[in-house]
Design a protein around this ligand. Structure first.
Ligand code: G3P
Ligand code: MG
Length: 247
């Protein structure tokens, strides 16, 4: 599976509110072909695109998403805090549902790395609901979707229930037994924190036949270095900077 060399992180988190439809559209406008977004579960079983366990950092609301319902979450403004630093065009932006994000990404002919974000959910419930929504979606049918997670159990469940959907294994620091973990879930890509990655580790992953992607790379110089190591792509909040560096 080849994602693009530049993958918009949480949409394009430096230039639009993260994990929103506006963020996905902004990434598209900047020429980004693939985006990464995080999916989490609400208290009523609905799936939305959000990174944190609570609403507090990114919205004008408060509280744990796991104890809220979709109508409650839809009331909050996911653009207002971003707008206070970067202009007001994003005011009123909502937290999107997974379905809205899938449909937008497909309509823009983009690819998606969907990160399943575990907070205090049951991995079984969260993963089953995500896979149910992906069932028959054209993004999956067209080979333009890859699931990733830091949570090994989530990836095990994905492979048991939907072996045809490609998965990438997310790591912070690459563990000594990374290959064993990756093999156990038949991951085809390895996603690693660029800050903790050494050149020798990158070589190990690539020599073992896996595509390696690094997050979160907002420095053009670092992007150039990682690509010179053979990394397949970088997740970035700032696609314009990375694009200028890699051209
Ligand atoms: O999927 C790459 C990256 O998004 C993982 O970290 O915390 O930004 O979701 P985080
Ligand atoms: Mg993520």
């Amino acid at each position: 599976m080849k994602m693009s060399a530049i993958i918009g992180h949480r949409g394009a988190a430096k230039i639009a509110p993260e994990n929103t439809l506006a963020g996905i559209r902004t990434a598209y406008d900047k020429g980004v072909q693939w985006v990464e977004i995080d999916v989490i579960l609400l208290g009523d079983g609905e799936l939305v695109i959000h990174h944190d366990r609570t609403l507090n950092r990114c919205t004008d609301g408060k509280g744990e998403l796991l104890s809220l319902t979709l109508p409650e979450v839809r009331k909050v403004d996911a653009g207002v805090l971003f707008a206070s630093f970067h202009g007001h065009q994003f005011k009123g932006e909502k937290i999107p549902t997974l379905r809205e994000a899938l449909n937008l990404i497909h309509s823009l002919d983009m690819g998606l790395n969907l990160e399943i974000k575990m907070h205090k959910h049951s991995p079984e419930e969260l993963t089953t609901r995500v896979l149910d929504q992906l069932q028959g979606h054209p993004l999956v049918e067209d080979g333009k979707l890859i699931i990733s997670s830091f949570d090994h159990d989530v990836l095990v469940i994905c492979k048991e229930k939907k072996p045809e959907i490609p998965v990438g294994h997310l790591f912070e620091k690459l563990p000594a037994n990374w290959l064993e973990q990756v093999k156990r879930v038949s991951a085809i890509t390895v996603h690693s924190n660029q800050k903790l990655l050494m050149k020798s580790q990158a070589a190990e992953v690539i020599d073992a036949g896996y595509e390696l992607y690094c997050y979160t790379v907002n420095s053009g110089k670092r992007a150039v270095e990682l690509m010179s190591w053979g990394v397949s792509g970088v997740f970035t909040d700032d696609p314009e900077t990375i694009k200028a560096a890699l051209l």
